[in-house]
Design a protein around this ligand. Structure first.
Ligand code: NAD
Length: 279
């Protein structure tokens, strides 16, 4: 039996609730950034009890899904939900990884003024070299028209930032699941929610200020736009290849660790740590 996971939730659930099932599991194939991160944490803690394949870091998945797909679907998602004109708009993109790079490139191409926030110095440098202003969220939050999260992190846009946004600011998430914007903090008695249409809500402050929250903080492109079947096909195929590799591997070839796909199946992205060590 093998686990085919996207986000690490199934793996997490088995670890927490049904650890005995691992007796029958021969390996895990994980597709997402966050799920892979969790697997590396388990491995580091010595708690990973089967081999796991990191599909996310294969270039076929990483580029077509995270970078190129998001470069197209960010605009599609924003247009379908808000009809906003991008030229001249001030946008802040949180996170300049693959998804962030795609979002920034698309918005810049349509004439938006794009700011980037980053916690990784190499990614911050890349954003800078690509012509984006690297800022702290607190520096720009009062005047931006659109806020986009793509970090894979939790509560990147918390209530303190939501309180300071200007009237009409559009807020959406392109990163992990529904965790990047602290939507729960907006469910308080002093704020009014106005459901405009599916996937679009106005959240209104007592002074009349409103923000436009898309997909209630869930992934904008998966909730509000189309994802090309070509991309879905590429990611599913890469996962299938990883499963076949685990299934066909000779006894002992893969130990209780996280592995990248063998080169013949998909070139792997160079780990950021490796790049850093060369600077
Ligand atoms: P990545 O690791 O390449 O990039 C994430 C970046 O965010 C990193 O550079 C990191 O330093 C930065 N970051 C982390 N916390 C931050 C914070 N608090 N403030 C600013 N920057 C911060 O990952 P990626 O491939 O870009 O994926 C990002 C997220 O998007 C993941 O959760 C992934 O699962 C998800 N994803 C979404 C889609 C989609 O269709 N919307 C597609 C692929 C991946």
């Amino acid at each position: 039996m093998y686990v085919l996971d996207d986000g690490g939730d199934l793996t997490h659930c088995i670890y927490k609730k049904y650890p005995n099932v691992f007796k029958y599991i021969k390996g895990i194939v994980e597709e997402s950034v966050t799920g892979v991160h969790r697997l590396y944490q388990l491995s580091k803690a010595g708690k990973l009890c089967v081999p796991a394949m990191n599909v996310n870091d294969s270039v076929t998945k990483q580029k077509f899904d995270n970078l190129y797909c998001c470069r197209e679907s960010i605009l599609d998602g924003l247009k379908r939900t808000t009809d906003v004109m991008f030229g001249g708009k001030q946008v802040v993109v949180c996170g300049y990884g693959e998804v962030g790079k795609g979002c920034c490139a698309a918005l810049k191409a349509l004439g938006s003024i794009v700011y980037v926030t980053e916690i990784d110095p190499i990614c911050a440098l890349q954003a800078c070299m690509d012509g984006f202003r690297v800022v702290k969220l607190s520096q720009v939050i009062r005047h931006v028209d659109i806020v986009i999260t793509c970090t894979g992190n939790k509560n990147v846009v918390g209530r303190e930032y939501l309180d300071r946004m200007k009237n009409g600011c559009i807020v959406c998430n392109m990163g992990h699941s529904n965790t990047e914007i602290d939507v729960a903090s907006l469910h308080t008695p002093e704020l009014t929610w106005e459901h405009v249409r599916p996937q679009v809500d106005h959240v209104i402050w007592p002074d009349g200020k409103k923000i436009i929250l898309l997909a209630e903080g869930r992934l904008l492109n998966l909730s509000c736009s189309t994802v090309p079947t070509f991309v879905l096909s590429i990611t599913a195929t890469t996962q299938a290849l990883a499963l076949i590799e685990l299934y066909n591997a000779t006894e002992g070839r893969y130990k209780q660790d996280v592995y990248l796909l063998p080169k013949k199946m998909g070139k792997n992205r160079k780990k950021r740590q490796d790049i850093r060590s060369k600077i």
